[in-house]
Write a protein of this length. Sequence first.
Length: 359
Amino acid sequence: MAKQFDQLYAALLLFLTVKGAADQPTPEETAANAAADTICSIDAYYEAISGELESWLTQLASATEALTAQQQLLALAAVKSTDAAKKRAYMALRQIVGTKIKENVAANARLAPAIVKAVEITNMRRAEQAVSAGALAKTVITGAQHAAAEAQATLLMQGGGASRRICTASTTAIPSYKLSCSKETEKIAAAAKISKALHSLKQIVTFSASTLATQTTAVVVETVGDTSGQSWAAGSGNKHCDKHTGSATTAAATTTGLGVASLTITTGATRKTLNIEETRSVPDDDNLKTNDGERQAITSDKELVNALYAAIKAKPATTKKLTSESLTELAATPIAISIYNYLTNPGPNYQQKRQQRRK
């Protein structure tokens, strides 16, 4: 009894070890995830995922096309063959291939929607990241246009007064239309290898929707002197506001003034590694839940993970062309046996029809 228990324990331990190993990311996945740590490498990472998913759709179509072509060749061979045994074999194979085509078509209809959805969500997340972590990630503005006004400065003191002054700076931020990635060639290539590990993906890197940051603005103001007085106006070229030595309309060396030297706007999100199983099991981010009349502006992490999970489960295992290796397995299937029995012993009805045709 003790020996049987030891054997059972050893078997259980082996099972759990193998199962635990299966739950871990592959070396290819680990390396690709580590390389995807900037907007350039993460963009390449998602481009590779989308490309791999699209190749799965191509596999679905090409497998059926290959079988259809083979079915046509078998039909032609059955007609041309003068050997009765070979003719029966060609006919049997043609019917088997026909059955496989039907199975593939059914599989395509069942599996393709999940893969198409994953391609759509992956491309949406890639576009969102390119904007939030790329185009709008950081904008530094210099050379703001300034306007001066009198008797309106109330931030530090209540009430008006001729000695109160304000200086307004305005400008337009220009996004970054391109990503500078020339120094990350090796990292980009490494991140793109996630495509080779997609079929068994355990974790995915992303700029998480839950950590998306709104705009943060930093303003640098330079001041000099006492701004009281009637000669307060925008300085030369509207680059600052100053107190002129004469009238406000008289150009003079700036002795008193202030101006916005630079303004920096930053947005973006935090890089995050999502565990597929864990993310699927937790509730979605409350900020992304919509009510009646609302539309979701960005994809959620759970939406991304669920789409990829469904596509991986739907990865095509469709039948390709028959080969000498697959024929041995097919010979043992019920359909092959039934077709063979029918062709070798078709029964009285078949024999009667053949005789009638000969007459």
